[in-house]
Design a protein around this ligand. Structure first.
Ligand code: SAH
Ligand code: SF4
Length: 361
């Protein structure tokens, strides 16, 4: 781990004023091309070029008349994400990319290749407003929301990279920088755009969204009955401890979060995952495990426990293997399924809660 330099120190600031091409839905293209006096089938050609062929340059659209290509390139920004730096973990399985956005801000996103899966971890905000003490993104504060197109473009970037190896993205976890439910509309618009069966056609069930526990949005998500998997970051089973780690707990305490999760399961019939970063002698105690097991009784759920990943601004330590195993055993004895996740990509700071807008390794 080396020096950290902010992106703005290194990259000259230039602002693109054009709308981002990936911010448009198919219906937006239909309306736009109609306004431009183009035949209706052109909208679908543009859409399929972007989302089936994964073309990223107006010049690639050779099936369109030159004048239309030119008009698109003049009116829209196609270069939505500019990769600035890519790091590969020592085992070669995790790749993290730092992208510059059109306004000079930056985000990171991660590709994880394990067995036959190619899982992406994507960001929804530059920074995060939730301020969880143990999270590097939270430590940098909130800069801005990503637009739906900026979220979509992260998936397309890696899809192109994998396409060159005859591989596909198999799963997308919305667990990168930011709180997706704080940027709810853009996050869902991005998922819907990638889900379109005439375009990228990425099944909703292959997405997992992780939330810090914004109760009204969990309820909204439940009402929308989406097929997207839901994960909730719990990390502590009582309010005093959770509030000390996650300021959002003061607004939405543990029992309210769990009540919303129970409603979610009742309404959708879907299982909810709880995330738990195991921190030595903080939340890995038998008391926390016991209280958690009590509170999750009868709920269709799963606990994903992951030893804490190190971040610059937090002094807590990851739990030992022994303590993690004991935590899991207490939950399982009470009938709550629990998996201890492996920490991956830590050498390039690509693990959960380690993503930031800087050259961090
Ligand atoms: N904002 C969302 C999603 C992004 S964070 C959320 O908080 O759920 C993705 C996951 O990483 C969350 O479960 C988060 O609590 C966890 N996390 C954050 N910092 C971590 C760290 N230092 N070590 C392990 N997990 C961490
Ligand atoms: Fe934001 Fe999630 Fe990090 Fe908390 S853990 S600060 S909600 S990104």
């Amino acid at each position: 781990m080396g020096e950290t330099l902010t992106v703005r120190d290194k990259i000259p600031f230039t602002m693109s004023l054009q709308p981002l091409i990936y911010d448009l839905d198919l219906l937006d293209f239909v309306a736009l091309l109609d306004k431009w006096g183009e035949p209706a089938y052109r909208a679908r050609q543009v859409w399929q070029g972007l989302y089936c062929r994964l073309w990223q340059n107006p010049a690639d659209f050779t099936n369109l008349p030159t004048a239309l290509r030119l008009r698109l390139s003049e009116q829209f920004d196609f270069n939505v994400l500019q990769p600035l730096k890519t790091l590969t973990s020592s085992d070669g399985q995790t790749v993290k990319t730092l992208f510059r956005l059109h306004d000079g801000q930056a985000i990171e996103a991660v590709l994880m290749r394990y067995e036959r899966r190619q899982t992406l971890c994507i960001s929804t905000q530059v920074g995060c407003a939730m301020g969880c003490t143990f999270c590097a993104t939270g430590q940098m504060g909130f800069k801005r929301h990503l637009s739906s197109g900026e979220i979509v473009a992260q998936v397309l970037y890696y899809a192109r990279l994998l396409q060159a190896e005859n591989k596909n993205v198999t799963n997308v976890v919305v667990m990168g920088m930011g709180e997706p439910f704080h940027n709810y509309d853009n996050t869902m618009a991005a998922i819907d755009r990638l889900n379109d069966s005439d375009g990228f056609n990425f099944g909703a069930r292959r997405f997992t969204i992780s939330t810090v526990g914004l109760v009204p949005l969990i309820r909204r998500f439940a009402n929308e009955k989406r097929q997207v998997n839901l994960a909730v970051s719990l990390h502590a089973a009582d309010d005093a401890l959770r509030s000390s780690m996650m300021p959002v707990n003061k607004a939405y305490p543990v029992d309210e979060v769990l009540a919303a999760c129970r409603d979610y399961v009742r309404r959708t019939g879907r299982r909810v995952s709880f995330e738990w970063a195991l921190i030595h002698e903080v939340n890995d105690t038998p008391e926390q495990a016991g209280l958690l097991a009590e509170k999750l009784q009868g709920l269709l759920c799963h606990v994903n426990a992951i030893p804490l990943n190190p971040t610059v601004g937090y002094t807590g330590q990851p739990s030992s293997r022994e303590r993690a195993v004991r935590f899991k055993a207490i939950l399982e004895a009470a009938g709550i399924p629990c998996t201890i996740r492996l920490r991956r990509g830590i050498d390039i700071r690509a693990g959960c809660g380690q993503l930031v807008s800087v050259f961090s390794v």
